[in-house]
Write a protein that binds this ligand. Structure first.
Ligand SMILES: [Zn+2]
Length: 324
């Protein structure tokens, strides 16, 4: 059953997904403008639950005055266009949501090329690399042909939500933002942190052509540390329960990342390996089915070890080999 808890002007609405992460939370903030944060999966059952919870609150789709998106993933932007069809309100989101929301075919074409090259460098055969890149499993977005009304980023005030600040929290997605209300130290952290599971770190193709790819795990760690400096009494996550001890969860997450990086490094002490060889060795039962997610995760750990000077890489005929 859906739950709707009210926390000082915020309704938390839990909606079903068909994904392993479980239900997704969307939020109604009763600011100067009634603001919906995130839009669940594009599923009939999620849409029906959303509408019935609104009814229980004495509201309807027509009462929503604006929408803020924490990031572009399909469990947070799913039924955005169903709302806008009924009630075309302004949509505020990070600029990196744009190609995913506006169905930018040029971005996806370039993305296929980017990932074909990335998988090849990762040590996957050229043929399989092309196939994986073409499968678009790397595209986590819901493509709706929607234009963002206002691009949000750290420091940009949100119209109709004067109590809230935008905090850029890239890592889980290149479009990820969190919202912070200092008066009662509430952080709406999207998928930056999830209490019951580590937030996935996903490699994305560059939004602007010819720019270097992002290093999502390094960004993620920096943004975890940034959130350690902010006093937070309650963090409302995109999935699962409210996080009431955010610093503890952040420190635990940082320690787990270090442990996993150490494990990867230990595999590189006795000779060089490609990213793909590392994935096969560490996840012998999972690598075939989950290669897109595992490659994304592994490149994050390799980026981190390279940045820390703990490993080195060499490019041989377009394939990257790593050694400690
Ligand atoms: Zn999510």
């Amino acid at each position: 059953m859906a739950t709707s808890k009210q926390i000082a002007g915020i309704d938390i609405i839990e909606l079903p997904t068909e994904w392993p992460v479980g239900p997704v939370n969307v939020f109604l903030i009763r600011g100067e403008k009634l603001t919906l944060v995130d839009c669940g999966r594009k599923l009939e059952k999620a849409w029906n639950t959303f509408n019935s919870v609104l009814r229980e609150c004495g509201l309807s789709i027509m009462d929503i005055e604006q929408i803020v998106l924490t990031h572009h993933h399909g469990d947070h932007t799913g039924f955005l266009d169903w709302i806008l069809e009924k009630n075309p309100v302004p949509v505020f989101a990070h600029t990196n949501c744009r190609p995913y929301l506006s169905r930018d075919d040029f971005h996806f074409k370039r993305g296929v090329e980017f990932f074909a090259n990335f998988y090849k460098e990762f040590g996957i055969s050229e043929e399989s690399a092309k196939e994986l890149a073409g499968s678009r499993g790397w595209n986590q977005g819901q493509r709706n042909k929607i234009e963002i009304t206002l691009e949000l980023d750290e420091g940009i005030p949100i119209p109709g939500l004067s109590e809230w600040q935008v905090i850029e929290t890239k890592g889980h997605a290149q479009s990820h933002i969190s919202l912070y209300r200092s008066s009662d130290q509430v952080l709406l952290c999207g998928d930056h942190l999830i209490k019951h599971t580590p937030a996935g770190i996903f490699l994305e193709s560059p939004i602007f052509p010819e720019t270097e790819r992002s290093k999502p795990l390094i960004q993620y760690i920096n943004n975890l540390k940034k959130c350690l400096d902010i006093p937070v009494r309650a963090a409302l996550s995109g999935h699962g329960d409210i996080i009431d001890n955010l610093p503890a969860l952040i420190n635990e997450t940082l320690q787990k990342i270090d442990k996993r990086a150490d494990r990867v490094k230990s595999k590189l002490l006795n000779g060089r390996k490609t990213g793909y060889e590392l994935v096969r060795e560490i996840y012998p039962d999972r690598f075939e089915k989950a290669i897109i997610v595992l490659a994304s995760d592994m490149i994050g750990l390799l980026d981190l070890l390279l940045e820390r000077g703990e490993i080195f890489s060499e490019n041989e005929s377009g394939v990257l080999y790593y050694h400690a």
